[in-house]
Design a protein. Structure first.
Length: 569
């Protein structure tokens, strides 16, 4: 790190001290007047009203998705979770997870459930429309939820009909009706028969619980009599004095079959309109916890460093606030354990890499309180080909079972051999050399250095600002066999330039095709505030220029805080 000392001195020499702003006056606490707790019914009404308002305020594409596309198959839990999302990015991630948790073959590019769902909607609109779209009708709704029935008995014009014995027997005339039979319905039972009747003769079929509703002669005296009514054993008037919700004639046996009994009919009617159970709940713990939103909030970042023209090193860094972890105490030591699982996959769903690890944090009694204000940082570096990927990260706190989830787009850039290029700029709270036997091995290790990113890019004045950046593909001079690189480092605050340093490759002792900048800059001379760092490289031979930049914050050192590294990192 010899060349970094010169950079540090030049940066400090150029700093223009900006006076620290006076602390703002703390706002007074607002005290809400106490109100008596609402009863459960009032709470539900208020919740329903609140969710209704949120639904009305949804952007149009997401409102349509919720109210039309998946309105019959989304669970109440999922609906409530979706309505509480704040950004379109969160909504897109939710929609992706919604389909994923229903995908019977998640490792294939196709989502058969999603494709079948939209096929059913199209079929319903084509075959069941009746003055309104087919998906809005009862037949359309049942078809979308449960699919094609195993058997259909259709009477599209109604007319002459001989009742089965369990409906009383005898001949009558009916309205148009259909009977759909499903051999099995998950969560309901076997051999479920559903009856749809068009009592208005307009093509508007509705699901009925009453097997007598299709009888067009029910209110015509002495017409369409059942067998018992023909024999005088019962009267047609008796149909309308039944207490089980049916107006069908009594059966000859006096007993209704099980599927026509009142409780069975009511239960079936209630359940068939409910969203179908999700078959693949164990597909991934990621998904089920994503629905109820994340319980552990954590930060993450990924960096990109060229290995070859077709391979990029991608360090993935996760930072977890220790205050969100659950600690268990034993013999004066407080321990938190986090299980981490991550997956990188292509946009077609093919898994590229997965990794899992255990993050363990141990703090003695004396350091626990201070450590809870810090963070736990984890990193895994993956070699990936340039391209667009999906990154899923799941954290689970073993002590509390709380879960945190991230689903992110991972765009790995290509690095051409003939163009000046650069890695991502890393601002770090630690840059230090590693032992020879640890070069290139372990967390945060890049070559012969340990570089730990500071994800919030916020540094105390008593902490150094670590800078790490690689530049690639400098042209070599044919005579000197060295590059002709010019590196400019500039720090600004608002419109004011605080410091500027320009050095050559020779001055940096970096004479090859790759130039690496790594420095630890003391911040004691920086006033608290927001700053902007820019590092620009120019190849004086090819006249190509490239730059990387980042914002960072300097905070005042808390009174009584020592040090360079607070506990907890």
């Amino acid at each position: 790190m010899g060349h970094s000392k010169r950079l540090i001195l030049l940066l400090i020499a150029g700093i223009f001290l900006v006076p620290a702003a006076l602390p703002a006056q703390d706002a007074q606490d607002q005290h809400n007047s106490s109100t008596p707790p609402a009863n459960e019914k009032q709470q539900k009404q208020q919740e329903h009203k609140s969710f209704g308002k949120l639904e009305k305020e949804l952007p149009t594409p997401y409102k349509k998705w919720l109210e039309e596309d998946v309105t019959y198959i989304i669970t109440d839990e999922e609906r409530h979770a979706f309505l509480q999302l704040a950004t379109n990015e969160e909504r897109e991630q939710f929609i992706e997870q919604f389909w994923l948790r229903r995908d019977p073959t998640p490792d294939t590019p196709e989502n058969e459930f999603k494709e079948e769902h939209y096929r059913r909607i199209a079929y319903a609109n084509e075959h069941f429309a009746s003055g309104k779209p087919g998906w809005m009708t009862d037949r359309g709704r049942i078809y979308i939820i449960w699919g094609k029935p195993d058997e259909i008995e259709s009477h599209p014009t109604g007319g002459q009909y001989t009742r089965p014995q369990d409906e009383g027997g005898g001949d009558t005339s009916t309205f148009p009706f259909e009977q759909w039979t499903y051999r099995h319905m998950d969560g309901i039972g076997d051999n479920i028969m559903l009856e749809f009747v068009d009592t208005t003769m307009t093509g508007e079929y509705h699901l009925t619980m009453d097997p007598g509703e299709k009888d067009a002669l029910a209110h015509v005296a002495n017409a369409g009599l059942s067998e018992l009514e023909q024999m005088g054993i019962s009267s047609k008037v008796d149909r309308f004095s039944r207490t089980d919700g049916s107006t069908a004639p009594l059966s000859a046996s006096g007993m209704d079959p099980e599927n026509q009994q009142e409780f069975t009919r009511l239960t079936t009617f209630a359940k068939v309109f409910q969203p179908p159970p999700v078959k693949f709940k164990d597909l991934d713990e990621i998904v089920s916890h994503r629905i109820v939103r994340d319980e552990i909030k954590f930060s993450y970042r990924f960096d990109f460093m060229r290995i070859t023209s077709d391979t990029v090193l991608v360090p993935i860094t996760v930072q977890i606030p220790n205050g969100q972890l659950s600690f268990q105490e034993k013999d004066g030591v407080h321990t938190a354990t986090i299980n981490l699982f991550a997956k990188v996959s292509t946009l077609t769903g093919r898994t590229v890499q997965t990794f899992e690890d255990v993050i363990r944090r141990d703090f003695p009694d004396s350091l626990l309180e201070q450590s809870l204000k810090g963070d736990s940082v984890y990193q895994k570096a993956l070699p990936l080909s340039p391209g667009l990927y999906r990154l899923d990260i799941v954290l689970k706190d073993i002590n509390s079972n709380n879960v945190g989830v991230v689903n992110a787009r991972l765009a790995v850039p290509p690095y051409d051999d003939d163009k000046l290029d650069a890695s991502t700029l890393i601002l770090a709270d630690m840059i230090q050399p590693v032992a020879t036997n640890q070069i290139g091995v372990g967390q945060f290790v890049i070559g012969d250095l340990k570089v730990r990113p500071k994800l919030d890019q916020s540094f105390r004045a008593d902490q150094p600002l670590g800078i790490y950046l690689q530049f690639y593909n400098f042209k070599m001079d044919d005579k000197t066999h060295k590059n002709d690189a010019s590196i400019m480092i500039k720090v600004t605050q608002g419109d004011h330039e605080i410091a500027r340093v320009v050095e050559s490759g020779d001055q940096l002792n970096e004479n090859g095709e790759q130039v690496t900048i790594h420095s630890l800059v003391p911040l004691s001379a920086f006033a608290p505030g927001q700053y902007h760092l820019e590092i620009q490289a120019t190849d004086q031979i090819t006249k190509q220029t490239i730059s990387r930049s980042s914002d960072f914050t300097v905070k005042a050192t808390p009174v009584g805080t020592s040090a360079q590294n607070a506990p907890g990192r």
